[in-house]
Ligand binder design. Structure first.
Ligand SMILES: O=C(O)CCC(=O)C(=O)O
Length: 276
């Protein structure tokens, strides 16, 4: 799957493009089943730290961040050398009040590049009713807007960071996705999502890709997976690859890597909620 010229120019001007088909329905059903079997084995849900940098924990997610159907469109947007900084599970159970406030990821990831792209893949239907992502077109081109830490318990973001002013809800664009489709957005773009009012879980996994000249400017040591081309920057420790789910060497590495990322996400915050 290649993005058309029109999709590339839409990404440049508006900051997003969707839907991009990635997985066949049998493939997405199999990945969802693997994730849900893992959740069931440990009482029904992922721990906060298992939500992030999870490509180190699950062999199938390590394969997904290297899948050409994900990377070919990403390469069209950020070039042939690609690092994956993070992956995050975004799961809203049926009947939960979980939501994601309007925010820009540049405010708390500590990454120097303007050119980080998030690929958000639906592992279950992400309809408007299910609380799919919504975006504010063009906001990736302006300054980062002021955010406030709200620490709202239902907000899935670590600090409940929320754009105070500058979001005109009437201009919001929803990005509904069928299971197996992904959206792509620039991490400077203002985005968020409402609660899941559907009768199925809303399960997504975001994959965050960056060019190797990116630096971590808030934390010290940080990690990334080299998923395509060469690491010409050398600013991140390259991660090992799990040979199977919960490969002990990678689980140990994940513990250190997610602790370092956690410190970046909470830098300067009034408190640590323990969320990712
Ligand atoms: O899952 C969502 O609705 C929001 C995800 C998000 O904030 C992100 O991928 O950066």
């Amino acid at each position: 799957m290649r993005l058309s010229e029109q999709q590339i120019s839409q990404y440049e001007s508006d900051g997003y493009v969707f839907p991009v088909p990635v997985l066949e329905s049998a493939e997405v059903a199999s990945l969802r089943a693997k994730l849900e079997a893992f959740e069931a084995k440990q009482g029904g849900r992922l721990t906060p730290s298992q939500r992030g940098k999870s490509f180190l924990l699950f062999e199938w997610l390590d394969a997904l961040i290297r899948d050409p159907r994900v990377l070919d469109p990403v390469e069209q947007l950020i070039g042939p050398d690609i690092l994956c900084w993070n992956t995050i599970f975004w799961i809203k159970d049926v009947g939960s009040r979980s939501f994601i406030s309007w925010h820009q990821d540049t405010t708390y990831w500590g990454l120097s590049s303007r050119n980080v792209v998030t690929a958000w893949l639906a592992l279950a239907p992400a309809s408007v009713q299910a609380g799919c992502m919504k975006v504010m077109p063009g906001t990736h081109r302006g300054d980062v807007l002021p955010h406030e830490d709200t620490f709202d318990g239902d907000n899935m973001l670590s600090r409940g960071q929320t754009i105070l002013d500058g979001v005109d809800e009437t201009r919001a664009v929803h990005m509904p996705l069928a299971a197996g489709e992904m959206s792509l957005h620039n991490y400077r773009l203002a985005h968020g999502s409402g609660p899941n009012l559907s009768d199925d879980r809303r399960i997504g996994v975001s994959m965050h890709f960056m060019p190797p000249d990116t630096r971590q400017v808030v934390g010290g040591w940080d990690t990334a997976a080299l998923v395509r081309g060469r690491d010409r920057g050398g600013h991140f420790e390259l991660t090992p690859r799990p040979r199977f789910d919960m490969d002990p060497d990678c689980v140990a590495f994940h513990q250190r890597a997610s602790k370092a990322m956690h410190e970046v996400l909470y830098a300067g915050a009034a408190k640590d909620t323990g969320k990712l």
